[in-house]
Design a protein around this ligand. Sequence first.
Ligand code: CAO
Length: 438
Amino acid sequence: MTDNNKTGLFEIKVPDVGNVPSIDVVEVLIKVGDVIELEQTVATVETDKASMELPSNAAGTVKEVFIKPGDKVAEGALIATVMVAESGQGAAEKPAAPATPAVASPVPEVAVAAAPVTPPPAPKAAVAETVAPISGTGAKAHASPSVRLFARELGVDIGKVTAGSGRKGRILKDDVKNFVKKVMAEGLPGTAGAGIPSIPAVDFSPFGATEVQKLSKIKRLTGQNLTRVWLNLPMVTYHEEADITDMEAFRNALNAEKGKDEIKITGLMFIIKALVAAMQQFPSFNASLSSDGESLILKKYFNIGIAVDTPNGLVVPVLRDVNTKSINQLAVELAEKSAKARQGKLMPADMQGGCLTISSLGGIGGTAFTPIVNAPEVAILGVTRAKMQPVWNGKEFIPRLMLPLDLTYDHRVIDGAEGARFMAVIKQNLSDIRRLLL
Ligand code: CAO
């Protein structure tokens, strides 16, 4: 720093903001050659407790700028140098004393809306001017910390509010309010739900004849639910195979004992049992994420949803307290519920309270698929068709019946390793069903 009275090169430094080790530079509002005024905001910064505007303690021409957005700085770091003329517009009124950092006090803003440094002209932008297309970049938004805070409180991405009506296009509170009003009334331009671009309508008539078939109510509701889940959950699908040769032999033996009119046992009953035994070992699979995403709600009951294919679409009746029921009971109950489902006679209560869902396509075929979690459940087990395969036992290849399993889980709740361990337990349980007695 030079002369601390009227002229010379002045340094603007990061002030004492309360013994904070690292300060994030959010925005730099000056560039070399700018003529700035005393108290004009030169940068906005954020600490873990507050965001604040740093005012200039000198009026003059910016000579050099030493920080950029994204930098982490400490108290006392040099922000810029300003050349102050002896008199007139560029004269410094409050140069800092040379012995102390040449900074003016920051204006901490947490929840208070501070007035802008210079009074803004009356808002002039029409609402439409403040709404950027969805691809608009938020990084360069020009707004004070209080306005940014206000936008954050409303869940508004400040980058989508452009052409602010303040000085030099600065975004004001009114611009944020107008943006919210506009979005509430019309949605974001060119977007469908969740802010993603909609698929444009296509006229197929130039290509050939078409016929419009209305979707069933179940299909429409299922579609909405699946879309919601797809957009909200980060999902991973993990694939595994279980050797069910011995299980199948036992199942066939049991079915051979059954009378002509008795319900036969399918492999699905063992899969349900194997799944519940694994859920008892891994409580996070028998859980839902709280709506604020901060905690897990662990369930002490074991209800399993079974996806059933019906002429009207997919429905998921729930088998309750599966841990207390025998394989025969489950076979009878599923036969009843899937028959009701196919006749469209399931009541809402039949489909509520599930903890985890199984989607079995094994009766149809397949080698693998990626089912979608039935949120707020945290996972879904997919099953496709078992087939005989040569398996190496250390000495020779032997024919074994292998069942493909697919586990999709909500990665916010389940880690990859946990998912793999969970599947390993299901695999063990199915490969040796005596384990289900343990
Ligand atoms: N591998 C080989 N054969 C299998 C099998 C598998 N994984 N799963 C079932 N089978 C066999 C059964 O043993 C049965 O054989 P038999 O006729 O010789 O006894 C036959 O396939 C038909 O079984 P099923 O489908 O009637 O009975 P299930 O208990 O296995 O399944 C139900 C019941 C309700 C789940 C099933 O009928 C169904 O609707 N599945 C479709 C689910 C669906 O659409 N999921 C997709 C949802 S999108 O995520």
